[in-house]
Ligand binder design. Structure first.
Ligand code: HEM
Length: 117
């Protein structure tokens, strides 16, 4: 399940940057990419929840990891919505960076799958 989770969030991140660049260039394809991106949000959440379900004793770090993952998805939506409304996306980008660093660091330091940190 860790591999499904990693595949799913990696595709999510790639699609997010594709959507950002399409929105920047004003392409009408941005809408389609955003729809597929939302599907991958759901897949990432489902695989993350399945990982949580597979763990016998959940520590506070797992809860923080889950919140960071959900926060990152929220931040991606905020960036795209701010860009669409042609408002400053700075605050959303700052949240994106913090949530991404937290999700990556906690995910990789928790024991399942790769244990880098
Ligand atoms: C786009 C958002 C997300 C990113 C970038 C992300 C990133 C990661 C990474 C890097 C790992 C470690 C994989 C490994 O060690 O092999 C991981 C594991 C995990 N993720 Fe996520 N994740 C995201 C969303 C979520 C969500 C929404 C949830 C919960 C609903 C979640 C729950 C988990 C759990 C429970 C683990 C297992 C932790 C462990 O290694 O013991 N993730 N995630």
């Amino acid at each position: 399940m860790t591999h499904a989770h990693i595949t799913s969030w990696l595709i999510t991140i790639v699609l997010f940057f594709v959507a950002v660049s399409l929105l920047r260039s004003g392409s009408s394809k941005a809408k389609i990419v955003q729809m597929v991106l939302r599907l991958f949000y759901i897949l990432t959440i489902i695989t993350g929840l399945l990982l949580l379900h597979s763990i016998a004793s959940i520590s506070i770090l797992y809860i923080v990891k889950t919140i960071a993952g959900l926060w990152l998805i929220g931040a991606m939506e905020m960036v795209l919505i701010s860009m669409k409304k042609e408002k400053s996306a700075k605050a959303a980008w700052i949240q994106w960076i913090i949530a991404f660093a937290l999700a990556l660091f906690l995910g990789l330091s928790l024991p399942l799958g790769f244990d880098v940190f």
